[in-house]
Every structure is written in structure tokens, then in C-alpha cells.
Write a protein that binds this ligand. Sequence first.
Ligand code: CDT
Length: 316
Amino acid sequence: MTRTVTVGAAQLGPIAKDESRSAVVARLIGLLEEGAAAGCSLVVFPELALTTFFPRWYTEEITGHDHYYETEMPSPATQPLFDRAKALGVGFAIGYAELTEDGHRFNTTVLVEQDGSIVGRYRKVHIPGHENDEPWRPFQHLERRYFEESNEGFTVFRSFDGIVGMATCNDRRWPETYREMGLQGVEMVLIGYNTPIHYAPDPGQNALQGFHNHLCMQAGAYQNGTWVVGVAKGGTEEGVESLAQSCIIAPSGQIVAQTVTTGDELIVAKADLDWCAKYKDTLFNFATYRRPELYQRIGSQKGVIEPPKVNNGGPS
Ligand code: CDT
């Protein structure tokens, strides 16, 4: 018997600054129900799926954005989503801003089983952007002000009849993200994202946002023999245009489903988890072919250390 997970990528369109949690949760439930009707056992929502992408605004005090954070999950506002998931027998993954009891702030995603119980939590590792107000930008990307870097790393979870991991937005650009989970046998990586089209430090990259999005997720899928589900919050939110192009990628690296709008849209794929072994047991048989003794820099060195400049005998 093959292990097949019918998975839905539930892309969201913009969430307005003043949109209530209950209005957003109603949108999420609508997509969950659509997923159930399509036979999904798992529906994946984006990063920060309960609020607008608030790191685009600077507040002098970090607490100025506290109303965008969740202090419990589920909460009274999100409980209806968990209840509906349990009733439908559909699991889900959802990203949100987490404020812990002892005052830590993380960009978090939880994985919820078909019985409505939380089976896994992931806190974003690679936090992009900047910490201080940079008024020269048309809008801010202050994730480094509003979120801490997680020290928990990339755990994978036995769920949905397979091995499932999570990553968040900027994490998808880093090969280490996939390989850390690949080394734990991951079969499906769930990735939510909010990616503004305009990249202020180098606008030359703007036109390539869609290409880079798929490039890194397709490579991560293929090189680790895993499914990847990439889910956007897209469209123009509070005046900032963000990438959509959510997709479901097979272990071959091929995109098998992709959204065609920039709004709320569900795409579905039947993900055969046994397909992963075709890559994990052949070309990417890590146990046979990897050479970790030659990869020491990857685990120990953070920045670039160039080789010393050599004297080539020319005039000094
Ligand atoms: N949310 C998130 O991580 N977005 C980043 C934007 C990078 S530009 C500061 C991304 O990698 O898509």
C-alpha cells in the first residue's frame, strides 16, 4: 500500500491591518472546508497567517505591535479553526507571531493532526531584514526587531503517515534548512511565506522573486528527495505587493500544482510519500555518497573566510 497524503496549499490574499482575528479565522475555515471537500488530510496555511505582515512598520517600543502576537495556541479566537479541523478530520499547519510567557518573540508555525492536536512546533531560524528604522526604504522589513532567532533547529515529526518538517519563508532560501531535515528522513516540508516583490537593498532582484522562490524550493525538494509545499500570503497588503505563486513540489523537483491568483486560493496534490525513496535510495543515498568529513565549514563557520592573497611575483 502506498502512503499518499492529499495535501492542500491554502494561499491567502492580503490581510488588512484592522482585520479581526475572527474574520481571518473564518477565511481559514473556508479554505479548510474546501480542502476537506477535495479529500485533503492536510492543509497548509502561510507564515503569519492570522494578521497583516506587521514587521513592515516601525514602532519605537517593540511592544507597540503586541496585539499582533498570540500568547496561546489555540486561543479563544483560533479555537474554531481547531474545532473545525477535528470535525472534518483535516490536519493543518499555520504560521503566527508567538509571544511566550517569559516575553520571547518567535515567528512560529504549528503542525496540527487530524484530531485537532498540535504535534509539532517550529520557530523560524533565519530571520531576514533589519532591527532599526530605515526610513530610506519605501517600507520596512523589521523581522529582526520583532522576532528572535530560534535555537530549536529543524525538528521533523512522524505524522500524516510520514515524516513532516516545517520551515518559514526566508528559511527556504538556505540549503541547510532542507539538508538538516533531509538527514532526518523528511518526506514533506511545509513552508509558509510573505515575500515582498520590492527588495530595497537590491531592486534588481525584484523581477526575479518568482524565479528565486521556485528555484530554491525545487532544489531543496530534489536534493533531499522530499515533497515541498510552499504557501504564500500574496497580493497587495497595506500598499505592499507580495509574491503569490504558491506551489506543491514533488521529490523530483517538479511543480505539480501552482496557484494562479494572488488571493485566497487552494491548490491540491496527491503526494505519494513513497516517491521520496526513489531519490533517497539512489542518487541522494546520503549514507553511501555524502562526505561529511569534508563539509566541516558548514557546521562550524558562519561568514566567508577567503583564502590569503598570494604574492604572484609581480610588483608589490
Ligand atoms: N518573511 C520573510 O522571511 N520574507 C523574506 C523577505 C526577504 S527581504 C528582507 C523572504 O526571504 O522572502
